[in-house]
Ligand binder design. Structure first.
Ligand SMILES: [Zn+2]
Length: 572
């Protein structure tokens, strides 16, 4: 009998050996749970179902039924409404079992593979054995635990319960992909495809990433096609397949995928651009495509990260017959490149540009339909009359936004200090506030607020109104010299603008007119960051490119602009 058991064990181990290495996964205790093992190995094996002839077929069917029952997505992922359901399911799951963020629920992964009995005792001593396997795998994922430890967990769960949930396998797959264990990814692909009728987008995305890095990268394209039948693939899906094509020297496929991504209006990840520049480095051609990426960065006010900037430089350096000189540079306060002495584009809008922008913002943002979600026609009308009666402002302050820069509970003092500094500069100031700011409280001191009103013109909107439309209106109405103070980026308003050209103008205007506090210490003189005279944006005049980029590790707030530049000039 014992020899038969050992024989059966060997057969099973043979099938599952790609997934479980007995030498590392601690499989010896399998001998005494042979019946469970054959079921679990069926789950883990993809081929040779008939080799499990010794199993009780009825029990098998029952188990299979149980497995299907437990599937999170029993319907095809390609069925209408699945994506929404998936999102809802994942949301619900996340709400039910937030196993990542809650520290008290975290289980510590062991530092070496455990035997089944060791796993069992670890589970029993765990303060919360519920969903132990999934939580353990999640911790392994977070810690980047050795794959063999994860395998030993899977082996234990398969033996203990006779099944492996989709959820557990998905986490294991994430670990395999993340740690670059290609053969395990292939095994998981075979297993999951044979065990589950469909794969959700999460698993498909992981397989795309996993396959793209291997000689089987073309299968990632098939998986991408499958996703496309149901939903729009993510930029990451495209990025992974593009990287796979580039890695395997197929530039045409990479560029075709990139064109498709752009056609769908998706926003590429920076490493996708990086892959394409690297592709350009090893395969000549696609110059127009690469230049269009740079123009895309310009049009969308995107700053490349340092790693991408390095690849851009390397690509320019590699161009034969065009001698580009690339250097890392900075720009002096006058807007002159310290490397090639070229003058960068001014931040100032021309008279025509300003008129065009004002026209569109007044029409599309201020008068646009959606503005009345944020205010009322009456309130806006009364504000316009208020502005008409006042002199042109030099600076408009988003009062609530600015007041919240300082310590909580002392907002009026912060606002007063900012207003006082601007008054000291002899500026005509408008403070936009909310009505509640006029009600004396701990945050809004009566004396401070009365001084604010002596130093500045003030307009207080209803408490529910949003300040942005008022701020834009007053600033643009006052003329091109008028700046505004806010930490807000007004991204919503960009969306209201009808075309790319106006959106670019809006951002340029914003970069040139938004005053930002460089630091604020209560009681000390308020200082603003200087508004640069030049525009920090990718720019070219044909003979040169200037590309502002984000340095590695440099933290930049969204309203700030990079200080480092890649300067590329063509040798004459
Ligand atoms: Zn330069």
């Amino acid at each position: 009998m014992s020899s038969l058991l050992i024989l059966k064990t060997r057969i099973c181990l043979k099938y599952i050996s790609p997934l479980f290495n007995p030498s590392t996964a601690g499989f010896t205790p399998l001998n005494n749970v042979i019946s469970k093992l054959s079921v679990s190995s069926r789950l883990l094996c993809t081929k040779g179902g008939s080799r499990h002839a010794g199993n009780n077929r009825k029990e098998d069917r029952q188990r299979e039924f149980n497995i299907r029952e437990r599937l999170p997505f029993p319907k095809s992922v390609f069925a209408a409404g699945t994506a929404k359901r998936t999102a809802e399911y994942q949301k619900k799951r996340a709400e039910e079992e937030p196993d990542f963020p809650r520290k008290n629920k975290r289980v510590e992964p062991p530092d070496h593979p455990l035997t089944a009995s060791e796993w069992k005792s670890l589970k029993l001593t765990s303060p919360n054995p519920d969903r132990f396997d999934v939580r353990m795998m999640s911790s392994m994922l977070a810690d980047g635990t050795d794959i063999n430890v994860a395998k030993s967990l899977l082996a234990y769960v398969a033996m203990d319960t006779g099944t492996l949930s989709y959820e557990l396998l998905l986490r294991y797959l994430t670990l395999c992909v993340g740690s670059g264990h290609h053969s395990e990814v292939f095994d998981m692909y075979d297993i999951m495809r044979s065990r589950f009728r469909t794969l959700d987008t999460g698993a498909s995305s992981l397989f795309i990433k996993g396959f793209s890095r291997t000689e089987r990268w073309k299968e990632a394209l098939t998986i991408l096609e499958n996703i496309k039948r149901a939903i729009t693939p993510s930029p990451r899906n495209y990025g992974d397949t593009i990287a796979g094509a580039v890695l395997h020297g197929d530039g045409d496929t990479a560029w075709a995928l990139y064109a498709e991504l752009m056609e769908k209006g998706l926003i590429p990840n920076q490493d996708t651009w990086q892959a394409l520049f690297q592709c350009g480095l090893s395969h000549q051609g696609h110059e127009d495509g690469l230049q269009s990426i740079l123009l895309h960065l310009r049009d969308n006010q995107i700053y490349p990260e340092e790693t991408l900037a390095k690849d851009i430089k390397a690509w320019f350096d590699s161009l034969p017959e065009q001698k580009w000189i690339g250097s890392w540079s900075t720009v002096d306060p006058r807007g002159v490149c310290r490397s090639c002495q070229a003058e960068l584009e001014s931040i100032q809008l021309s008279r025509e540009e300003y008129a065009q922008l004002k026209d569109r913002v007044m029409g599309d943002v201020i008068q646009g339909r959606d503005v009345f979600n944020k205010t009322t026609p009456e309130e806006l009308e009364s504000f316009k009359n208020f502005v008409k009666r006042k002199p042109a402002f030099d600076v408009v302050i988003d009062g609530l936004n600015v007041a919240n820069i300082g310590i909580k509970g002392n907002q009026s003092q912060t606002l007063l200090e900012v207003v006082s500094e601007l008054e000291r500069q002899g500026l005509v100031i408008l403070v936009l506030g909310r009505k509640h700011m006029q009600r004396p409280s701990r945050s809004w001191d009566r004396h401070d607020m009365s001084l604010v009103q002596q130093k500045a013109h003030c307009f207080f909107t209803d408490n529910i109104s949003e300040d942005d439309p008022f701020l834009l209106y007053a600033t643009l109405h006052s003329g091109n010299h008028c700046n505004f103070v806010s930490r807000d980026l007004m991204r919503d308003h960009k969306a209201c603008l009808p075309d790319g050209a106006t959106r670019r103008l809006f951002f340029k205007w914003q970069r040139g007119h938004q005053l930002v506090l460089s630091s604020y210490t209560p009681g000390k003189r308020v200082r603003f960051q200087r508004i640069l005279s030049y525009d920090t944006i990718v720019q070219t005049n044909g003979g040169s490119w200037h590309i502002p980029y984000d340095e590695n590790g440099a933290e930049r707030c969204t309203y700030e602009v990079p200080q480092k530049w890649l300067c590329l000039t063509k040798a004459k």
